[in-house]
Each structure stands twice: as C-alpha cells, then as structure tokens.
Design a protein around this ligand. Structure first.
Ligand SMILES: [Zn+2]
Ligand SMILES: [Zn+2]
Length: 131
C-alpha cells in the first residue's frame, strides 16, 4: 500500500509541474526514467484515482484521447485543431463568477442546477495561425 502512495505522489508531482496536459503514454515515457519498474497500468490506476478525488483534471480531446492536468489555477482550455496542443487560459475570479452565472442561467432553462463546467475552446493557436 505504501509503495502505491509513493508512486501516486510522484505522478501527482509530475502533473503539477507539467503544463503540456500529458496522456498516460506521455506520463509513462517520463516516469519510467524515475521508476523503471512502473507499469502503464499503475499509471492508469493512479491517474483515475487522482481524478476521482479531484486532485487533477481529465480532459477529453477531439481525438478521443484523455489528457491529464495538475494545474490548480482556475482556468479553461483551448485546443489547437492543427498542432493539437492544449493551452491554459487563466480565469480571474471575477470572470469565473460571471461565466458561472451565465451557465446557471442556461441550466435554469431546463430547471437544472450545475456544479461543474469544463469549457474547451478550439481553433488555431497563435503559432499555427501564422502558418
Ligand atoms: Zn497550434
Ligand atoms: Zn490545463
């Protein structure tokens, strides 16, 4: 049990540092350098547990692949249709409240109450726009 929590700590640390929203494969490539005995199934299990306790976010991309995010700042995502990178767009608290209010208004139209929003914008990033 102890061994597992140590691995989870390392996985979480790695996700907090990275800003490239890695897939499990990308995490595996990186983590096996630190932990040569780690298996990809262990990473799958740990990221899904980290998601369940809300410590990281899971993002489903256009291609259907899940990516993981340990950035704790309040932010939404932008996915580039060309290079498929995911960018963070930081949200100030004021903006975040405004957006949530608008979304609640929308939810009200079906008499629902929402508690979570995952906003994903897509288009062309700055670099791809110039090409
Ligand atoms: Zn791009
Ligand atoms: Zn992010």
């Amino acid at each position: 049990m102890k061994k597992y929590s140590k691995q989870r700590e390392i996985i979480l640390e790695s996700l907090k540092i990275r800003r490239d929203h890695p897939t499990v494969d990308m995490l595996y490539e990186d983590l096996k350098l630190q932990m040569p005995n780690i298996g990809i199934a262990t990473i799958y299990r740990n990221v899904s547990e980290l998601c369940n306790c809300g410590q990281i976010r899971k993002i489903k991309c256009e291609d259907g692949i899940y990516r993981y995010d340990g950035n704790e700042e309040n932010h939404i995502h932008f996915e580039c249709n060309n290079c498929h990178k995911i960018f963070d767009i930081k949200l100030e608290e004021k903006e975040s409240k405004k957006i949530n209010k608008e979304l609640q208004n929308l939810a009200n139209t079906i008499n629902a109450e929402f508690d979570k929003q995952e906003i994903m914008l897509s288009g062309l990033c700055e670099k791809c726009k110039k090409q």
